[in-house]
Design a protein around this ligand. Sequence first.
Ligand code: AIR
Length: 427
Amino acid sequence: MKKIFPYQQIGIIGGGQLGRMMCIAAKAMGYRVAVLDPTPNCPCGQVADVEITAEYNDLSAIKKLAEISDVITYEFENIDIDALSWLKENAYLPQGSEVLKITRHRYLEKSTISAMDIPVADFARAKRGVGTGDMCPLRHIPSQPDTVCGADFARAKRGVGTGDMCSPRHIPSQPDTAYAPVFREIPLENMTVPCVIKTTTGGYDGKGQIVLRSEADMPAARELAAAHECIVEKFMPFSKEISVIVARSTTGEVSTFPVAENIHVNNILHQSIVPARISPELEREAIECAKKIAANLGAVGVIGIEMFVVDDKIVVNELAPRPHNSGHYTIDACVTSQFEQHVRAICGLPLGDPSLHTPAVMVNILGDHLNCTDLSDLAPYLPLLPNGKLHLYGKAEGKTGRKMGHISMLGDVEETLAAVGATGIWT
Ligand code: AIR
């Protein structure tokens, strides 16, 4: 397997905060970094050796990045499909395109995880009315409280434009081989509430999803399903949300970081608390589940796996085939960060020690908390958080819900949570 050594160049598609932190880790190890992003002076561009400013679907820019890079990686999922095919054939993309294709399509992702005998929320495709998303009114189905699905049926190969998928096949008997979706469709009138309707592609941080609790939520759901291909998932009555960052290298070595307990506000990650306040058994279950997913996918690089704790059991929510917000604590609290681990994994180096050396609470700073294009807003709070490690991403413009930076606070978790609350920044 190819090894990429320091002083060689890593090309990153996407230059936001994840690219920036990946770049900082790579530069510390002696690599050179080139980045492609449409925004000039993007967060990663500010720290990279080479910045290519172009749209992600600009094939000539993708070719230029590939020409000057010894290895290509990405920091977000929605890479242009033509660019991906070109890279697969013509560049060194150790992560390949299969995992990306699976994880960027919610139905395929859930089918794949489920085929590994790992629990996911019950799900189905939202049946779309012809052309207009013409749907029926919502009905409660108290007799079927545990399912969102209507009649099952398998779909053959899907048409161009909606993701080129395999023909239907039942997978549970073949957990380690190719994954193929068996499409189950459900008309909205057959859904059991509460449930969540989500676009199959493109959504993140709560974008592209609506929780349906009653008839009043139907117009918005209809609108979403009319405009996009959607899936419907059973709403999970979780007691906690947790995540595991797992890395798999080009040599097949697999390593996991400690489980993070995540608190979301308005569907955006607010805090990650590590160690997660869960039982050792659940922790073990979560880690095993993450390892199984990475190994079965044959993934390369870092994957963030979000999970729910429901009735003291793990239910996998979603995968991100890249470093993940809930793994930012690893920069300051672990021997190896998720970003260094990703670089090691794609470059074929031995994976680093993922151990937690200090408990940590990571808190996101959004555009609505502070004006992080200028430190003056934040400066008065810093003395209140002496154990806080500040990371700002260098984004030019702060907007509501936009991730501008984070602080990882090291030390006793309960004391830290009290100190965070006392600052008043996040209230
Ligand atoms: N990102 C990618 N997928 C999910 C997230 N949060 C990161 C990437 C991307 C950046 O968010 O680093 O480049 C985009 O942030 P923004 O604020 O420009 O939308």
